[in-house]
Design a protein around this ligand. Structure first.
Ligand code: PAF
Length: 267
């Protein structure tokens, strides 16, 4: 089976991108942390609609994990990931931590606006880590477009803010959530779920779809078997601020055992 070439340095990445550009080809980037599933493959298909060449970056970014989180046990499967991509991508950029954060690295991108509240209330380190690494990936690859899933809806808005504020010359494409047959949003962290937990996890999307209020949905998640609920929030879909006249989004994060799941949808 044909698999994409894997490069590990920014210099090699830039050389490939330069040769494609010289041929007049558009370049798409799909940033991931690997452990690829169908949701990621859907993002690469989206990229291929917009660009002749698609790069998938695979980098488990240490700066978006707090010390007590799952950085060490986060699944890593580069060869299997390359096999899953097959001909669906042209290049994998799989840098080392030292490549992305060289000795003495001291720059961090912090964003307010859409990064305030929700995930930040529970993972205060998260969006500075994401914004820093996404900024670095976009500057390293200089793609025409970059695709991000709506599964991490707040992250998508944070990335849009980053690109607008730093005037990065890239179009951010949001891609709908890919779900399992029972509606569970696909996520690399679903691999942590034990069978009984997996059954509970599948109820989150059903509860959000029929939610009548934040309080009602929170109680329904606990009744369904979630151990704790970080938040259920109904917000303005464009800003994540208080609801106004525009479209609304319901977003939730809850834990089953050691696994934290998030989901969101139109409301
Ligand atoms: O969504 C993810 O997988 C990560 O947060 C991202 C965007 C690849 C940055 O590390």
């Amino acid at each position: 089976m044909e698999t994409p070439e894997i490069v590990t340095t920014i210099a090699e990445l830039r050389a490939r991108v330069a040769s494609w550009r010289a041929q007049g080809q558009r370049v798409g980037l799909v940033p991931t942390m690997g452990a690829l599933h169908e949701g990621h493959l859907f993002l690469t298909e989206e990229s291929r609609k917009h660009a002749e060449r698609t790069i998938v970056s695979i980098f488990v970014n240490p700066t978006q994990f707090a010390p007590h989180e799952d950085f060490d046990r986060y699944p890593r499967a580069l060869e299997a990931d390359a096999g899953k991509l097959g001909r669906g991508a042209d290049l994998i950029f799989a840098p080392t931590v030292a490549q992305m954060y060289p000795r003495g690295h001291a720059t961090r991108i912090e964003i307010a606006g859409p990064a305030l509240g929700l995930e930040t209330d529970f993972r205060p380190h998260f969006f500075a880590g994401v914004a820093t690494v996404v900024g670095k990936l976009l500057i390293a690859a200089q793609p025409d477009i970059a695709v991000f899933g709506e599964k991490d809806y707040q992250q998508l808005l944070v990335v849009r803010r980053l690109v607008t504020d730093l005037a990065l010359p890239v179009e951010i494409v949001g891609s709908p959530i890919v779900r399992e047959p029972d509606g569970l949003a696909m996520s690399s962290r679903n691999a942590y779920l034990k069978p009984a937990e997996r059954a509970v996890a599948g109820k989150m999307n059903v509860i959000l779809r029929s939610a009548t209020s934040e309080q009602q949905a929170t109680q329904a998640l606990l009744d369904a078997g979630f151990d704790s609920v970080d938040y259920v929030a109904i917000r303005d879909a464009a800003t994540l601020g208080a609801v106004g006249d525009g479209p609304k989004r319901i977003l939730a994060a809850a834990k089953i055992g050691a696994t934290r799941l998030i989901d969101n949808m139109e409301h």
